[in-house]
Ligand binder design. Structure first.
Ligand SMILES: *Cc1c(COP(=O)(O)O)cnc(C)c1O
Length: 229
């Protein structure tokens, strides 16, 4: 096996072990491979191993890679980076998912700009769960109001929440913040009563075990698959 395949399989194994440890079905945790800064050839290699979902942070880089890989069937593209309102159109036209919706204006533009021939865009709200320094994401107190407003937009489907906590040293500290996000997800799910609100996008290379323990349904992993950026 080549290095990339080994690393990919090792990440899958980490997810499986974390799920079993948490008493969860490993199939209940989806792997999103984050391919930012890596080339279309690398994505194609991982796709050949059976991976379908890929995440990109930078709009133009993502759009270029999506175009380069049009011949590979079954790929699902997730935009996970911060979005400015003047960049929403290419996202609405080329991606399948957006995890980083954090204000209504962005959601409205994505809905208006989603082409009629494509299925609705699947979106998660990014929540600033720990008041982290990046300040990206809606503050928890405003998440329900934003979710209610996004849920009625015609060309979007509100699928859940995404979090990017500040790095923590210990498993316990990682777990605490992920559990906070899980509680918020459960509260919102109960309040919204939307059957399609099923995605808790949290956990990365350094903290996926804690995220799965806390109830993540989708981990976003770059470094552990592709190596350091
Ligand atoms: C880069 C990035 C990831 C992947 O992080 P790794 O530590 O490389 O696994 C996940 N989510 C977001 C939003 C990112 O920007």
């Amino acid at each position: 096996m080549d290095e990339l395949s080994k690393r990919y399989q090792a990440v899958r194994e980490r997810i499986t072990q974390a799920a079993l440890q948490a008493g969860r079905n490993p199939d209940s945790v989806q792997l999103l491979v984050v391919s930012k800064t890596f080339g279309a050839d690398n994505v194609a290699q991982v796709a050949a191993l059976g991976q379908c979902d890929f995440g990109e942070n930078y709009v133009q880089e993502g759009v270029d890679k999506i175009a380069a890989l049009q011949g590979v069937k079954g790929l699902v593209w997730h935009c996970i980076g911060p979005l400015q309102s003047n960049k929403t159109r290419p996202v609405a036209e080329h991606f399948d998912w957006v995890h980083s919706v954090d204000r209504l204006k962005i959601a409205q533009r994505l809905s208006e700009q989603r082409p009629a021939h494509l299925p609705p865009l699947q979106v998660c709200l990014q929540v600033n769960i720990d008041g982290g320094a990046t300040k990206a994401g809606v503050v928890p107190a405003e998440a329900l109001a934003l979710a209610q407003a996004v849920a009625v937009l015609p060309r979007l489907v509100l699928r859940g929440l995404m979090t990017i906590p500040e790095p923590s040293e210990t498993f316990e500290a990682q777990l605490a913040v992920h559990q906070q996000a899980k509680r918020m997800f459960d509260d919102l799910k109960a309040a919204l009563n939307l059957p399609q609100f099923d995605t808790l996008s949290m956990g990365m290379s350094a903290d996926l075990e804690a995220a799965v323990q806390a109830g993540s349904t989708l981990v976003r992993v770059g470094t552990a698959v592709f190596g350091a950026r």
